[in-house]
Design a protein around this ligand. Structure first.
Ligand code: NAD
Length: 231
């Protein structure tokens, strides 16, 4: 059987959950990476059965995640996270929640090449509601760091863990190529970077590791993230 890692699942309303469910229904084992501030509530809702309706497969059985890992894709290593994050109550009991930390954990849980599929389904732009003209440098860099560089870092850290012909996919949005008012804060820039990086990563990681790297430009969907901005 194949194993997939879906990074960016914290409820049952977004693309990550739907992709995880489809992969599992097709027979894959699915691990997810969840943003630490959302991890507790996600686990509670799962445990209390609040997501059972959306977990249900066509045959009536329920989606089970093989493992739920803490992941903050703003950080490549634990050391790169500032002390106030590491000591925050939602983070401090979680161990290494960085991208490199997740790679190390996957190896110790499942061996040297545990992955066939990696899905990047995460984004964050703290100033997404602000037009680009009013976006601060810090907000812009945060949007690009979390939403685009995170994919570079995930390919760098996870490609060595992939079986031959493994596949990475991320989710992008049309605001990279056309003006979509409301998709601000540098998020349009982040998606343009993600799309360009996808081509370069496919070239580089394809040659180095034999993996594929793609991105899918999804249509608008009222996930938690998108509802916040009315896209
Ligand atoms: P979503 O809220 O289900 O997913 C976004 C996830 O990112 C959340 O689970 C959130 O916890 C996580 N996240 C935020 N910051 C993080 C961090 N630092 N580390 C780890 N995880 C972090 O919303 P969605 O709309 O399904 O988004 C999934 C992907 O699809 C995103 O890349 C988004 O830009 C893209 N997309 C969405 C739409 C849309 O209309 N919803 C359209 C095109 C593309």
């Amino acid at each position: 059987g194949r194993r997939a890692l879906v990074a960016g699942v914290a409820d049952d309303g977004g693309f990550g959950f739907a992709i995880a469910k489809s992969l599992a229904e097709a027979g894959a084992k699915v691990c997810v990476g969840t943003w630490p501030p959302a991890l507790g509530i996600f686990q509670t809702l799962l445990r209390r059965g609040k997501m059972d309706a959306s977990r249900k497969f066509a045959d009536g059985s329920l989606l089970e995640f093989e493992k739920i890992y803490p992941l903050d894709a703003a950080f490549d290593t634990l050391e790169s996270a500032p002390a106030e994050v590491r000591e925050n109550k939602r983070y401090k009991e979680l161990g290494d929640f960085s991208i490199a930390g997740l790679a190390a954990q996957l190896k110790s849980d499942f061996g040297e090449q545990p992955l066939d599929i990696v899905v990047h389904s995460l984004a964050n732009g703290p100033e997404v509601k602000k037009p680009l003209l009013e976006t601060s440098r810090a907000g812009y860099l945060e949007a690009v760091g979390v939403s685009a560089y995170s994919m570079v870092s995930m390919v760098a850290n996870f490609a060595p863990l992939m079986k031959k012909d493994g596949s990475f996919v991320s989710l992008t949005y049309m605001a990279s190529e056309r003006v979509i008012p409301g998709y601000g804060g540098g998020m349009s820039s982040a998606k343009a970077a993600l799309e360009s990086d996808t081509r370069v990563l496919a070239y580089e990681a394809g040659r180095k590791y034999g993996v594929r790297v793609n991105t899918i430009s999804a249509g608008p969907w009222a996930s938690r993230a998108a509802s916040a901005i009315g896209i």
